[in-house]
Design a protein around this ligand. Structure first.
Ligand SMILES: NC(=O)c1ccc[n+]([C@@H]2O[C@H](COP(=O)([O-])OP(=O)(O)OC[C@H]3O[C@@H](n4cnc5c(N)ncnc54)[C@H](O)[C@@H]3O)[C@@H](O)[C@H]2O)c1
Length: 262
């Protein structure tokens, strides 16, 4: 039997990563560009999108910015007009815990205000639906596509004080599993990567203010540390490649062993 050569396995593919101006999405986009893909960098912030593109271009990669709000159908339609059909879609834009520093959404459910729910549901669920709805038809038509959704152990396992965010992420996982069943025969795979706590953004600020917090949180992780923004990138590249054509409808933890998949 010939073992296929996957050494350049996303070379020439055209990819969009949403919310790729910062953090996890930016790291995924950079890693995809290094693996040979041509990137579209979506973000709400043009400045952040431009910065991420500049980083990729400085390494010899190909990247273009596209500003759009993934929660708004019109904005997503305009993004599709700009990019045209693509091979790979990474639904990364999302948020929940607005700030560890002020604890904005880190509260028990009974203390949440219904007014806080909608933005969390919109970006983590409706945003995934809008962008996937826009890009999927051309993938089906061309009989090749990869859709990846970045989710959270707050939805896969369940976490106190993050239940609305967890609910939105769990719904996104349900969407991905169902869609995988729907489009598998069309050459399109749909998977999720579920993350644990990353030392990034608000949590990184909170750790800077209180270094003991890192030790306390890292105790829950068999690998002994919190996540880094580039931890999910290698798996994201693999799942969006030709090499992963027989992997679909799955949720893969990248979480230092915090909540093993059964
Ligand atoms: N950071 C963590 O600890 C963690 C843990 C589990 C899961 N996640 C998930 O990983 C993904 C990335 O998180 P991150 O921590 O890198 O986020 P981040 O806040 O560092 O970056 C997100 C980027 O998305 C952009 N964005 C936000 N809303 C958008 C919208 N409506 N349309 C387009 N762009 C938008 C922001 O401008 C920002 O540049 C999210 O889906 C998040 O829920 C993060």
């Amino acid at each position: 039997m010939t073992i296929r050569d996957w050494s350049n396995f996303i070379g020439g593919r055209r990819a969009l990563v949403t919310g790729a101006g910062a953090g996890i999405g930016r790291a995924i986009a950079i890693q995809m560009a290094r693996a040979g893909a041509e990137l579209w960098i979506n973000d709400l912030s043009g400045e952040r999108a431009e910065e991420a593109c500049a980083e990729i271009i400085a390494e010899g990669g190909t990247a273009r910015p596209v500003v759009a709000d993934v929660c708004e159908g019109d904005s997503v339609a305009a993004m599709f007009e700009t990019t045209g059909p693509l091979d790979i879609l990474v639904n990364n834009a999302g948020s929940g815990v607005r700030s560890w520093a002020d604890g904005a959404l880190l509260v028990p459910f009974i203390e949440t205000d219904p007014a806080d729910w909608d933005p969390v549901l919109r970006v983590n669920l409706a945003g995934v639906l809008h962008v996937t709805r826009a890009y999927l038809p051309a993938m089906i038509e061309r009989r090749w596509g990869r859709v990846l959704v970045i989710v959270s152990d707050a939805g896969r396992r369940g976490e106190r004080r993050q239940v609305v965010y967890g609910a939105a992420k769990a719904a996104a996982m349900g969407f991905a599993r169902g869609l995988a069943a729907e489009v598998g025969r069309d050459g399109v795979t749909v998977n999720c990567i579920s993350l644990g706590s990353m030392k990034h953004a608000g949590l990184a600020d909170a750790i800077a203010a209180d270094p003991a917090l890192e030790t306390k949180l890292a105790r829950n992780y068999p690998v002994g540390r919190l996540g880094r923004v580039d931890d999910p990138a290698p798996l994201a590249v693999l799942l969006c490649s030709d090499a992963a054509e027989w992997i679909t409808g799955q949720v893969y933890p990248v979480d230092g062993g915090y909540a093993p998949a059964l």
